[in-house]
Design a binder for this molecule. Structure first.
Ligand SMILES: Nc1ncnc2c1ncn2[C@@H]1O[C@H](COP(=O)(O)OP(=O)(O)OP(=O)(O)O)[C@@H](O)[C@H]1O
Length: 245
């Protein structure tokens, strides 16, 4: 099976010597890949690199076999993404915003826009201006924009940030449904480790700019109490948390 995402030696160091080094990652159709790591570890940097938002110092990214440096549009054709707090046009309504996003993808009609708003729980607020939205509502709108084109791969950076409890449950059910029924793949960076344990088949752990571990969740759970326990153990081994944690 060909990978839908492949990074080789992917490296980006900022001037302050932070960033990521030598990321080798392969994602296959159907993967729901969780990216875990402490604050500042490099998760968003990785997601920005694979979506071409920033350029690497070294290494390559291929999405669906297309180099992101040379065939950007071809690579991103089947990708939806939600990276950091989306920059919305505050004066638009949620529906108008999705209509704008829909222009970038062929074949998205009004019914798909309404469906996306409904599925994230924004149906009632769809005609309100985004400037009146709460943080969680903006997150839901960003999620709606990412999944609306029914991409083969959705890249989600901290998608549950600011979501209320019902929003978090909605998110989990939505990702499960899209992955099981539509075969969509996901990369999800999150600190909500219990959500990731329920959603992901694979996880990667990033510490100080290095991908220190990757594994299959079902295998990790055979020899560990929980993903959280495994994660904390890995951080301890990496000298990232004290023995008492
Ligand atoms: N534009 C930038 N210039 C300089 N340093 C940066 C820049 N962007 C990120 N960094 C630094 O790179 C490191 C990795 O940041 P990144 O945002 O990728 O971490 P993260 O794992 O997503 O963290 P969090 O979980 O807190 O969102 C951090 O130390 C951050 O301060």
């Amino acid at each position: 099976m060909k990978p839908i995402l492949e990074t080789v030696q992917l490296t980006k160091m900022y001037r302050n010597d932070r960033g990521i080094r030598d990321f080798h990652v392969q994602l296959y159709p159907g993967d729901v890949y969780g990216l875990l790591g402490p604050n500042g570890a490099g998760k968003t940097t990785f997601l920005k690199l694979i979506t071409g938002l920033i350029r690497p110092d070294k290494g390559t990214v291929a999405l669906f076999g297309a180099s992101i440096a040379e065939q950007f549009e071809q690579g991103m054709r089947h990708v939806g993404c939600m990276i950091e707090s989306a920059d919305f046009h505050d004066f638009l309504t949620a529906r108008q915003y999705l209509q704008l996003v829909a222009r970038y993808y062929p074949g998205i009609g009004n019914s798909r826009i309404e469906e996306a708003l409904d599925v994230v729980g924004l149906a009632k607020a769809k005609s309100d201006k985004i400037k009146h939205y709460s943080t969680g509502m903006k997150q839901k709108l960003a999620l709606a924009a990412a999944i609306m084109p029914e991409p083969k791969l959705a890249i989600l950076d901290e998608p549950t940030n600011g979501l209320d409890i019902e929003g978090t449950v909605m998110f989990r059910k939505l990702i499960k449904r899209l992955s099981e029924q539509k075969g969509m793949s996901f990369i999800i960076s999150s600190h909500m480790i219990h959500e990731l344990e329920q959603l992901c088949n694979r996880v990667g752990i990033v510490v100080r700019g290095r991908l220190i571990k990757e594994g299959c969740v079902s295998e990790l759970l055979q020899s560990n109490q929980s993903l959280e326990q495994y994660y904390i153990d890995q951080l301890r081994l990496a000298g990232e948390v004290s023995e008492s944690a």
